[in-house]
Design a protein around this ligand. Structure first.
Ligand code: HPA
Length: 273
């Protein structure tokens, strides 16, 4: 089915505003201060953040579609944090590989900005290039390389991406866990995993993490004026770094094994933002 945001004649920012208005209406929360996209393995963090005051099926909100992949959630939750702030937890991610265009990919981020969020936390499950990250490391994203050959920005809109993944927020994360490593995230288009040669290329050009999300969302979040924290759960070592073939079930299982640990970590970090 064609996605609403594939219609070139509509204004994606207007749809994001409508989506934010619908969320305010249905949730009763006028303004969210922080938003989180929870990728593979991170979903349980929502339960630890605070008190859920509203949970809306994402498909009920304009511009959101049903999740394409089992294990990728599908709700928008408003959570009251202990410090009184409200978090919008996005459990519905549209991936670039779904072929609905980049506007659909970044709609959740633009909507989050319109709900008032000034901080965007982007999490994902990803492949690790550094062997020491075997076994489910969680890693702070320090920068990215966008290999999708696309951008969410339209027209001659020259947005600065220096310090895209906020140093301030990374420092807060390290206050919670000083052992957190950081690395450069390389977004491939997917949905196939990378070849070993592509992983070597990613390593050669400065990458540490390979995945299929996040970079395009981060660019849109910066355009919307948000501060960004990015975190990857290393669900597997990247193709050719590990000797065994990659599989989606391996990724899901690694996510489940790490879920309790990384959810607690993320909830503690969010509590300090
Ligand atoms: N590559 C790309 N995306 C992924 C991977 C990977 O190795 N693991 C989980 N998501």
């Amino acid at each position: 089915m064609r996605h609403l945001l594939e219609d070139e004649n509509i204004d994606p920012f207007q749809i994001a505003q409508q989506a934010a208005d619908q969320i305010a209406d249905k949730s009763g929360v006028d303004e969210h201060q922080i938003a989180l996209t929870l990728g593979s393995g991170w979903a349980k963090a929502a339960d630890l953040l605070g008190e859920t005051v509203s949970e809306i099926p994402a498909a009920d909100i304009i511009g959101f579609s049903k999740p394409a992949v089992i294990g990728h959630g599908g709700t928008l939750r408003s959570i009251k944090l202990q410090n009184g702030k409200f978090a919008l937890v996005i459990g519905a991610r549209t991936h670039f590989y779904e072929n609905h265009g980049v506007r659909a990919v970044v709609h959740s981020v633009r909507t989050a900005a319109k709900t008032g969020a000034k901080v965007m936390v982007l999490t994902n499950g990803a492949g690790g290039i550094r062997p020491e990250w075997a076994g489910g490391a969680s890693v702070l994203i320090s920068d990215h390389i966008n290999l999708t050959a696309s951008s969410p920005l339209e027209g001659a809109n020259f947005v600065d991406l220096t310090d895209l993944y906020s140093k301030r927020l990374r420092a807060i994360a390290r206050e919670v866990d000083s052992s957190l490593d950081e690395g450069v995230y390389v977004q491939f288009r997917g949905p196939h995993y990378e070849t070993p040669a592509e992983v070597q290329m990613a390593k050669t050009i400065g990458g540490d993490i390979v995945g299929m999300s996040t970079a395009l969302e981060a660019i849109a979040a910066r355009e919307s004026g948000m501060e960004i924290l990015g975190m990857s759960l290393i669900t597997n070592l990247a193709a050719g770094i590990q000797s065994t073939p990659l599989s989606h079930s391996e990724v899901i299982e690694a996510g489940q094994a790490a879920e309790a640990r990384i959810s607690k970590l993320l909830a503690e970090i969010v509590g300090k933002i």
